[in-house]
Design a protein around this ligand. Structure first.
Ligand SMILES: NC(=O)c1ccc[n+]([C@@H]2O[C@H](COP(=O)([O-])OP(=O)(O)OC[C@H]3O[C@@H](n4cnc5c(N)ncnc54)[C@H](OP(=O)(O)O)[C@@H]3O)[C@@H](O)[C@H]2O)c1
Length: 338
C-alpha cells in the first residue's frame, strides 16, 4: 500500500509517499480501504517535532478515516465486509489501508461524501467534549470559539448553534463572511485588533460563559479574562507554537513560559472554571466516546451537523496540504485522498 510517511522532524520536505506492507486485521479488528483521511493540526505539529503524543519517526500519521471494510479479523461480524465506515485510528490513517478495532468504527451516514465523513471524528468529538461534556454550554449562554474558521472551530459552531447559544468567534478576517453564512453571530478579527476589547464591547463588558482556546500561552491568560462569572475556559491546544526547526522550539518555550498558573482560591472567588481536553488521551474511555459519537451521528441525520471540507488533496500533494493549513488558508477541514 501507499502511505504518507513523516520521515523526520522538519519542513514539508520531511513528508514522503512510500510503499509499505499491507496491514492485516487481528482479532476484533477490521481492515479498511481508505477513501479519505483527515488532516489535523496535530499532524502539522508532529512533523514540526512539537507533538509529544506522536509516534516515533519515521511514522504514518492519521487519526481518522472514511472508507470501505475490506477484511475482518476473528470475532468480527462478517456482514461488515463491504460496508462504508468512519473510523478513529490511532495513527496510520494516512495510507491506502488501515486496521482499526471494530469498537472504533461506525457506519458512514449515506448523506455524507467520504471526504465529509473523514472530517467528522476528531473535529466533532473534540468540539462535543469541549462544549457539551466539559463546557456544559446551555441555551442563551454566550460562547467564544477561537479559530472559529478551522476544523474544530466550525464543528463547535454547529453544536453551539444547535444548543441555542450566542456565538462569538475569532478568525482571520478573510473567513468572516463564510462564518456569518454558517450562523456565527459575531466574527472578530483577532489578528488585526485586540479581540478582548471587541468582545467586551459586544457583550456590554460582561464577557461570555464559555471560551474554547487552542492557541495556548498568553492567549489563555486573555481568554480567562473574557469569562463572566460562572464562566468556563476549555484549553485544548498550542497552535501558537507552530513552526519548524528552532523557531518552533523557541515559540513552544515562549508559550510555556507565558502559560498562566491558576489558583483554586482565585477560581473560587471569581466564580470561574478552567478545564483541559486531550482527545488523544481518551482511548480508554471508549463508552463515553461512543455515546458522543451517537449524538453526532444523530446531528448528521437531523441536519444540524454539516462538516465542511475546504479542500481534498491527493496523497502526492501532502506538502501543499500542510502548507495550506500553516498559511491559515483553510476554512474547515482539509482531507487527503489516496
Ligand atoms: N486537544 C485535543 O484533543 C485537540 C483535538 C483537535 C484539535 N486540537 C487543537 O485545536 C486546534 C485546531 O485544530 P484543527 O485540526 O481544527 O486545525 P485548524 O483549526 O484547521 O487549524 C488551522 C487554523 O488555525 C488558525 N491558527 C491559529 N494559530 C495558527 C498558527 N500559528 N499557524 C497556523 N494556523 C493557526 C488558523 O485560522 P485563523 O487564523 O483563521 O484563526 C488556521 O487556519 C489546534 O491547536 C489543534 O492542535 C486539539
Amino acid at each position: 500500500m501507499r502511505a504518507i510517511v513523516t520521515t523526520r522532524n522538519g519542513d514539508v520536505d520531511a513528508l514522503k509517499v512510500e510503499t509499505r506492507p499491507d496491514p492485516a486485521p487481528d482479532k476484533g479488528e477490521v481492515l479498511i480501504r481508505v477513501k479519505a483521511a483527515g488532516l489535523n493540526f496535530a499532524d502539522i505539529l508532529a512533523r514540526q517535532g512539537l507533538y509529544p503524543d506522536g509516534p516515533k519517526k519515521p511514522c504514518v500519521m492519521g487519526y481518522e478515516v472514511s472508507g470501505i471494510v475490506e477484511a475482518i479479523g476473528d470475532g468480527v461480524d462478517h456482514t461488515l465486509v463491504g460496508k462504508s465506515v468512519i473510523a478513529l485510528t490511532r495513527f496510520g490513517g494516512q495510507a491506502e489501508l488501515v486496521v482499526a478495532p471494530v469498537t472504533q468504527i461506525f457506519e458512514k451516514p449515506e448523506r455524507l461524501t467520504f471526504a465529509q465523513a473523514s472530517a467528522i471524528p476528531v473535529n466533532y468529538l473534540t468540539a462535543w467534549a469541549l462544549l457539551v461534556t466539559m463546557g456544559g454550554l446551555k441555551k442563551d449562554e454566550a460562547v467564544l470559539i477561537h479559530n472559529a474558521g478551522g476544523g474544530v472551530g466550525l464543528a463547535a459552531l454547529d453544536i453551539a448553534k444547535h444548543i441555542g447559544a450566542t456565538t462569538y468567534g475569532t478568525a482571520s478576517a478573510s473567513k468572516h463572511d463564510f462564518l456569518k453564512q454558517r450562523g456565527l453571530d459575531h466574527a472578530i478579527d483577532y489578528r488585526g485588533q485586540d479581540w478582548l476589547a471587541v468582545l467586551k464591547c459586544l457583550t456590554n463588558n460582561r464577557g461570555v460563559e464559555l471560551v474554547i482556546d487552542p492557541l495556548g500561552g498568553s492567549s489563555w491568560k486573555k481568554s480567562y479574562r473574557a469569562l463572566r462569572s460562572t464562566g468556563r475556559m476549555g484549553v485544548f491546544g498550542m497552535s501558537t507554537a507552530s513552526a519548524s526547526g528552532i523557531r518552533g522550539k523557541l515559540r513552544a518555550l515562549k508559550a510555556v513560559l507565558e502559560t498562566p498558573r491558576f489558583n483554586p482560591l482565585g477560581l473560587m472567588s471569581r466564580n470561574k472554571g478552567v478545564f483541559g481536553l486531550n482527545l488523544g488521551h481518551l482511548w480508554a474511555e471508549g463508552d463515553k466516546v461512543a455515546a458522543w459519537t451517537q449524538e453526532i451521528v444523530r446531528g448528521i441525520h437531523e441536519g444540524w451537523i454539516q462538516p465542511h471540507v475546504d479542500h481534498a488533496f491527493p496523497f502526492d500533494q501532502v506538502a501543499e496540504a500542510h502548507r495550506y493549513i500553516e498559511a491559515r488558508k483553510n476554512i474547515g477541514k482539509v482531507v487527503l485522498v489516496p
